[in-house]
Design a protein around this ligand. Structure first.
Ligand SMILES: [Mg+2]
Length: 365
């Protein structure tokens, strides 16, 4: 495939996807909780005397050949001085929430894959690589955890890419690089290509993506059935699957255009309270909390002005939102102005179920 745009599959030119994957996540959280464990071969999972398996091994333990899902009894033979710890899921969950909070600051389109892995759609942004680097930087500065990232035009390539410079690395695959990037890879590297498919293909000496392409689409379909066409697609680097996400809105607002311009302050405040009431109900129904309040006024001459206030902590109670909105409204000093519209919105939203108690404003007032 040539590197000019005309030969690039159109689906590779429309999206920018980041795959973020924390490095040895459980082990890394344990090191934060107990820094003495740093640089030690650490195994999170069942004890060697039990019939348990390895959940996560630190990179020091991996040097001895220890892998996830290996029986702990086997792991201890490979590395007798390894330190075994039982998983502390509460701590991992808390760390994961912190990380997802950081990720969601960069995009509303996030598909969590597990506690330590997510796809992020940043198609609207100019520089996906910069966003990926900033996510990694912020995760590290806020949590001390390192993450690896893949940046690519689709989920599959982004996921394969994030594994290449692990730990604490980044791999970028541009649209014209997708096809050459895929070719040398073994087909088992393609997500969801399992041992059964790998074995079936290997019987025809098809081991790499490049072998799949050489065999040809028709051969693949005729030999392995119509459902195997997706393997051919993936070997070409094509994956049009969307992110599966429940999107969190960027902002939530209510506004009212009055049938007649209003001048009386008492009248303005009455309208503002009505708008606030609706907004607070809406925020409550959607189970969201916010960090920012914005008040907008449109004057009789159609000029629009806004005032915004943000806090470092989240809030959702009527008391706080009304207080902030009223202060902002008074800042307009619009006592003598005729106005035709008032709007209030809240932004920097978060799902209340993802809200950590310590980040809640009402705990501090
Ligand atoms: Mg990981």
């Amino acid at each position: 495939m040539k590197n000019d745009k005309s030969s690039i599959h159109p689906s590779l030119l429309t999206r920018k996807i980041i795959h973020i994957d924390l490095d040895a996540f459980f082990a890394a959280v344990e090191v934060i909780l107990n820094p003495k464990l740093k640089n030690k071969p650490l195994i999170i999972g069942g004890t060697p005397s039990s019939r348990g398996v390895v959940c996560t091994a630190s990179y020091e333990a991996r040097k001895f050949g220890i892998k996830s899902a290996m029986p702990s009894a086997q792991a201890v033979k490979l590395c007798p001085h390894a330190i075994f710890l039982k998983p502390n899921f509460e701590a991992y969950k808390n760390a994961s929430r912190e990380v997802f909070k950081i990720i969601r600051n960069f995009s509303d389109t996030v598909e969590p894959m597990s506690m330590d892995e997510a796809y992020i759609d940043v198609s609207d942004s100019k520089n996906a690589t910069l966003i990926a680097e900033n996510i990694r930087k912020n995760i590290f500065s806020d949590t001390q955890l390192t993450a690896s990232a893949g940046v690519a035009p689709n989920k599959m390539v982004a996921k394969i890419a994030s594994d290449i410079n692990k730990p604490n690395g980044i791999t970028i695959v541009k649209p014209h690089e997708v096809f050459p990037f895929m070719q040398p890879l073994l087909i088992k590297k393609i997500p969801f290509v399992g041992p059964v498919t790998t074995k079936k293909f290997s019987e025809f000496n098809i081991l790499t993506c490049s072998d799949v392409i050489s065999a040809g689409r028709d051969f693949i379909i005729n030999t392995f059935g119509a459902t195997s066409e997706w393997v051919y697609q993936r070997a070409c680097g094509i994956d049009e699957s969307p992110l599966e996400t429940t999107q969190i809105r960027k902002s939530l607002g209510e506004e009212e255009t009055f049938p007649k311009d209003i001048t009386l302050m008492e009248h303005k405040l009455r309208e503002l309270n009505k708008i606030l009431f609706n907004l607070i109900i809406c925020l409550k129904n959607k189970d969201l909390a916010a960090k920012t309040v914005t008040v907008k006024i449109k004057y009789a001459n159609f000029k629009v002005r806004t005032k915004t206030k943000s806090y470092p902590l989240y809030f959702y109670t009527e008391e706080i939102i009304a207080k902030v909105a009223l202060e902002l409204f008074h800042d307009f000093k619009c006592e003598n102005d005729s106005i035709r519209l008032i709007g209030v919105s809240v932004s920097n939203l978060i799902d209340r179920k993802d809200l950590l108690q310590e980040t809640l404003f009402s705990n501090y007032i």
